[in-house]
Design a protein around this ligand. Structure first.
Ligand SMILES: *[C@@H]1O[C@H](CO)[C@@H](O)[C@H](O)[C@H]1NC(C)=O
Ligand SMILES: *[C@@H]1O[C@H](CO)[C@@H](O)[C@H](O)[C@H]1NC(C)=O
Ligand SMILES: *[C@@H]1O[C@H](CO)[C@@H](O)[C@H](O)[C@H]1NC(C)=O
Ligand SMILES: *[C@@H]1O[C@H](CO)[C@@H](O)[C@H](O)[C@H]1NC(C)=O
Ligand SMILES: *[C@@H]1O[C@H](CO)[C@@H](O)[C@H](O)[C@H]1NC(C)=O
Ligand SMILES: *[C@@H]1O[C@H](CO)[C@@H](O)[C@H](O)[C@H]1NC(C)=O
Ligand SMILES: *[C@@H]1O[C@H](CO)[C@@H](O)[C@H](O)[C@H]1NC(C)=O
Ligand SMILES: *[C@@H]1O[C@H](CO)[C@@H](O)[C@H](O)[C@H]1NC(C)=O
Length: 541
């Protein structure tokens, strides 16, 4: 339905009585009828088509036309909702694919989900998670389909969508659609995303501070230009898997054990998890082969150099840090297949398709001194590294930033750098920043999920500590902060035996907010979060 002509902020089709019925748990008939009626008048500006479809609880949606690289062929839907789909034109050369999931049991809240990598993919699992918690939830495909960076090649419209516009469009249209459907504006608006989704959340905080009351931003891909230089620099550092600089996965496991041996006791307890990897200034030199220690239990000098380079900050010609080192500890949570396997990967697509603008660019030829090109290009300020977030503070916004300290894709060393930039730019001390911006390190968590630490923090449904209590999660902690003024002091995480969600609890841990670090008290059960304390660094070193 081409709805541009009929668009009007104040006109609605849905009868108030239907809405009232829908908000209670009255028969779904009224809600179904509301959704069917809405299908005739979704009122989405600049859309080339739109639909509204009632989806009952327990439905298994399938997405046969979705790009296979999105790896989301189906989604089980937990709560009844009206599903809106639309394609919205954003420029002469770009459009976004948009969805809003409007739950029958609406709480009055609005939420936008985010994307991942260079994708291209609606995160249906997050849509379901949020709409089942009563949020009117929206998502877009971020302006293109699939995980490849190819659609960004020589298309400024698609790049602009990727940087901010798809997100901005999804949110502004989504709020309007929600208002038209429920006949009242959202009471509060939230954002939940990780990785690229973390960057998108930060972008909204920095550039569109009025959109959200609460933003949960995980492992944000901020400092984006230099992040991509850093991502592309691993291949020249490791070389191909036949070069003398190459370090095999088995040797990386050796390095990991050496890191744990050297650094794990800095938090007071040896459990294979570094609470503060920033205290670990790891050098691999002790693993150098000698007369007594020989292959495969040691590293050659070129291999030592490779490892030490990976754990060194990437610096520009004048010595400024472009992007921090890989944080030590992440050797077994996916860093090898992501960066160390001696092969070009799609993690370098931004460099290939946007910076070099050459689909045939040989990534083995990439040298870090090309960073200046990536940095100066900075389309639509994709860097997303502005320290002044005072507009967000002044509108009463709350920002919950988290990052796994075993993240193998985006070094968690970059996150405290952002915190410190905000602190320096705004001239605020942590006690003042605590009012509106809190950063939590999630020890032993990989990239947005997984890892040996207490990573079940409820940032996604698959990360819930108690799958039977979906309401007990990071997002609802944010809601409590925004709506009741109760800020999270810690983020509690659970680790399960064999990483089996909802199974036998291995240990719990209260993840501390920056600039505090988690330290074992020295007595009590180390598996009990209460045996650990958040302490200032000065008390630990
Ligand atoms: C939607 O519009 C069509 C064509 O105008 C009409 O036949 C149909 O009854 C409408 N459906 C609802 C639920 O209003
Ligand atoms: C529709 O698109 C036009 C041109 O791209 C733009 O100027 C306008 O703001 C859009 N309308 C809405 C309501 O977003
Ligand atoms: C949903 O449907 C798809 C495709 O038929 C199927 O592969 C998948 O297992 C189904 N999911 C559930 C939870 O039933
Ligand atoms: C809407 O966009 C999706 C995703 O890009 C595309 O697959 C689909 O063909 C589009 N639908 C219409 C009707 O244009
Ligand atoms: C509707 O949401 C409320 C909380 O907002 C919850 O207590 C209730 O169980 C939900 N009802 C259904 C049918 O999901
Ligand atoms: C080395 O890399 C090539 C591709 O460049 C791959 O085909 C081969 O399987 C790799 N060998 C090992 C031992 O990983
Ligand atoms: C070093 O280079 C960076 C990146 O171009 C620049 O921002 C910074 O101002 C330079 N610092 C000095 C001291 O020249
Ligand atoms: C964990 O996995 C091991 C090895 O597969 C198994 O023996 C053990 O029973 C599992 N424990 C739990 C609680 O699932």
């Amino acid at each position: 339905m081409h709805s541009t002509m009929r668009y009007s902020i104040f006109s609605t089709l849905v009868a108030a009585a239907d809405i009232a019925a829908a908000q209670s748990n009255a028969p779904t008939d009224a809600f179904m009828q509301s959704c069917a009626a809405f299908a005739n008048n979704t009122q989405i500006p600049n859309s080339t088509f739109s639909t509204a479809t009632f989806v009952p609880a327990g439905a298994n949606l399938t997405f046969p036309n979705a790009d296979p690289s999105c790896t989301r062929p189906s989604q089980l839907v937990a709560a009844a909702m009206c599903r809106i789909q639309a394609n919205i034109t954003t420029s002469a050369t770009s459009e976004v694919s948009f969805e809003a999931w409007l739950p029958q049991n609406w709480t009055g809240r609005f939420l936008s989900t985010g994307n991942g990598g260079l994708g291209g993919c609606i995160q249906y699992e997050d849509m379901d998670f949020a709409s089942s918690l009563g949020f009117a939830s929206v998502a877009t495909n971020n302006g293109h389909d699939g995980m490849s960076g190819q659609p960004l090649f020589q298309n400024a419209g698609v790049v602009e969508d990727f940087v901010y516009r798809a997100m901005f469009t999804g949110i502004t249209v989504g709020k309007q659609v929600s208002q038209n459907f429920y006949q009242m504006p959202p009471t509060k608006s939230y954002y939940l995303g990780c990785s690229t989704g973390g960057r998108q959340g930060m972008k909204m905080v920095q550039d569109f501070p009025d959109l959200f009351d609460g933003v949960v931003a995980g492992a944000p891909a901020m400092n984006f230009n230099n992040l991509n230089t850093w991502s592309a620099h691993f291949l020249p550092v490791t070389g191909s898997n036949t070069s003398e600089t190459f370090v095999s996965e088995a040797l990386w496991n050796l390095v990991h054990d050496d890191i744990v041996a050297q650094c794990d006791d800095k938090d007071g307890f040896k459990d294979g998890i570094l609470e503060a990897p920033d205290l670990c200034r790891y050098q691999a030199d002790k693993l150098l082969c000698s007369d007594t220690v020989v292959a495969p239990n040691c590293l050659t000098q070129p291999q030592v150099t490779t490892v030490n380079t990976v754990f060194s900050d990437l610096k520009g010609p004048n010595g400024t840090v472009l992007y921090p080192r890989m944080q030590p500890g992440s050797e077994k949570t996916g860093a090898f297949p992501a960066y160390y396997n001696g092969q070009a990967s799609d993690k370098s697509d931004w460099i290939k398709f946007v910076v070099q603008a050459d689909p045939n660019f040989d990534l083995t030829k990439f040298t870090p001194d090309l960073w200046a090109k990536a940095d100066s290009l900075n389309p639509f300020d994709v860097a997303t590294f502005k320290g002044d977030i005072s507009a967000f503070q002044q509108r009463g916004g709350k920002l919950l930033h988290y990052h796994g300290t075993m993240d193998p894709i985006i070094s968690s060393d970059n996150s405290p750098r952002y915190y410190e930039i905000v602190r320096a730019t705004m001239g605020l001390e942590p006690a003042q920043l605590d009012d509106f911006y809190r950063y939590f390190r999630i020890s032993g968590m990989g990239h947005c999920s997984g890892g040996p630490g207490a990573h079940f923090i409820g940032n996604q449904r698959k990360q819930l500590a108690d799958p039977n209590k979906p309401e007990d999660n990071l997002l609802m902690n944010m809601v409590r902060w925004v709506e009741e003024g109760q800020a999270p002091e810690v983020v509690t995480g659970v680790a399960f035996v064999n990483d089996t969600q909802g199974g036998e609890v291995a240990f719990t841990r209260n993840h501390c907010r920056w600039p505090l670090m988690n330290k074992f008290s020295g007595s009590g059960d180390p598996n009990d979060a209460a045996s650990w304390q958040c302490v200032p660094y000065a008390n630990t070193i």
